[in-house]
Design a binder for this molecule. Structure first.
Ligand code: MV4
Length: 450
């Protein structure tokens, strides 16, 4: 056991507040770090101490490992919570903290590396008994591409091994399209990641994106906390997430959950993780694993009552999980809407000053946000300004509550994605839970004013 008494939060915005809240509840002191652009941010005001770590560009502040380590040394922080994004899946950062005797609140550097390389991640998934998308056995070279594609069967998808989040993917529908798809994917991968290695998969046409939440203690105990359906996305940015998935029944949930928990036990995974699947015609296909807390984690918290950040801090200190699988009780349905400072139709960022802000309340409502009336949103960072999480005993009750809550929410002075959710909550396909990963982009195209 390594007792944690002071946590430095290497992040900003709503997730920095989210982590601060967990630390306070656990009686752990907090250090905020911030760029010069974030001196007035809420996470800085709420933390016990704060350190300015550099100018606005992320690479000079929130991604600057040396500045963050220095901030730990100055304040005596004995652990770092990275939140999501920034350094949360940076194995070198985990190694450097380790070398300084500072606890990284996350998995081992080795597990971050393993899952960061998508070919290795997929091979590991196979070894651990997780179902994967049919595809190449490792890297595909241009000279072997046709033979491999014929074995898999068209259409195929070329993916960058260093990729993730949809960057560097190319579909080849026919043999004629293959050569160009492979060469474009390779050059895009090289430009984006400095690594031109690609692999090949059967292309799934209309899948849902369903991900399973896991937590492990690093000693061979691990549990699953059910799934989240994140199919409603635009350009690989999730917009609306729900737990449970409208597509699954209890048996399917417990089945895939158990497969994931068993896999995490085998690898002695430590920390919170998300195993991403494509789901089509009743089958799950592993695509990636994220070795961090995710933006949409609160919907899992809503249906299980388990605080994921508490669990992350516990397992980082060696204290083990607070619950066994048998003690996990799934209750009701939760939906998260991501409130972005963006035009609700074009998604063009809309930074500026928030003139009025009123967060909704009432039973089953949670708002995680780092903004307030009078706050000026800086233009340097991503446009997520808050998350609305609504819980109900059933999906129908959750949707009814969401409709009421959206009417109450006021954010003036900037454009936000709130009007989009007003539309979605009244849509028949959404009411039926009848959507896949392409639904939202098609909807936006069909309902555009022009
Ligand atoms: C796929 C796929 C279809 N078939 N793989 C995109 C992000 C990356 N994590 C994996 N992605 C996809 N992989 C096969 N074999 C379609 C996607 C995909 C997607 C996946 C999840 C959520 C949204 C998506 C949007 C477009 C494409």
């Amino acid at each position: 056991m390594t007792a944690i008494s002071k946590i430095l939060i290497a992040n900003r915005g709503e997730i920095a507040l989210r982590v601060l809240r967990a630390c306070k509840e656990l009686g752990i002191a907090t250090v905020a770090v911030h760029s010069t652009a974030d001196a007035n941010a809420m996470h800085v005001r709420l933390a016990d101490e704060s350190v300015c770590i550099g100018p606005p560009p992320s690479r000079d502040s929130y991604l600057n490992i040396h500045q963050i380590v220095a901030a730990c040394e100055i304040t005596g922080a004995d652990a770092v919570h990275p939140g999501y994004g920034f350094l949360s899946e940076n194995a070198k950062f985990a190694d450097i903290l380790d070398a300084h005797g500072i606890t990284f609140i996350g998995p081992t550097a080795e597990h971050i590396r393993l899952m960061g390389d998508k070919i290795t991640a997929k091979k590991t998934a196979v070894e651990l008994g997780i179902p994967v998308v049919p595809g190449s056995d490792g890297e595909v070279l241009p000279e072997n591409a046709l033979e491999i594609a014929r074995q898999i069967g068209f259409p195929v998808l070329i993916k960058a091994t260093a990729g993730g989040g949809g960057r560097g993917m190319k579909v080849a529908k026919t043999e004629e399209e293959l050569e160009e798809a492979v060469s474009t994917a390779r050059s895009e991968a090289l430009a984006a990641f400095g690594n031109d290695a690609v692999y090949m998969e059967k292309y799934l046409g209309k899948p849902r994106h369903i991900e399973v939440q896991v937590v492990g203690d690093g000693f061979g105990n691990a549990i699953h906390l059910g799934e989240r359906d994140c199919s409603l996305q635009r350009r690989h940015q999730k917009v609306w997430e729900e737990a449970n998935s409208p597509a699954l029944n209890v048996e399917q949930r417990m089945n895939i959950g158990q497969i994931c928990a068993d896999a995490m036990k085998k690898m002695k995974y430590r920390g919170a993780g998300t195993i991403e699947f494509l789901y089509e015609n009743g089958e799950f296909f592993f695509i990636e694993m994220n070795t961090r807390l995710q933006v949409e984690h609160p919907i899992t918290e809503a249906i299980t009552g388990i605080d994921l950040v508490h669990e992350q801090i516990r397992v980082a200190s060696g204290a083990g999980l607070s619950v066994t699988q048998d003690q996990v009780v799934f209750s009701g349905h939760a939906i998260e809407c991501r409130i972005n400072a963006e035009d609700p139709r074009t998604f063009v960022p809309s930074p500026g000053t928030i003139t009025h802000f009123h967060a909704p309340g009432g039973l089953g409502v949670r708002v995680d946000s780092g903004v307030y009336a009078g706050y000026k949103i800086p233009p340097y960072y991503d446009s997520l300004i808050g998350k609305l999480i609504v819980h109900g005993r059933t999906r129908v009750e959750c949707m009814m509550r969401l409709r009421r809550v959206l009417d109450e929410f006021v954010v003036d002075g900037i454009k936000t994605t709130l009007p989009l959710f007003q539309d979605l909550v009244s849509n028949q396909d959404i009411a039926n839970g009848d959507y896949d990963i392409h639904w939202l982009e098609n909807y936006l195209a069909e309902t555009s004013a022009t």
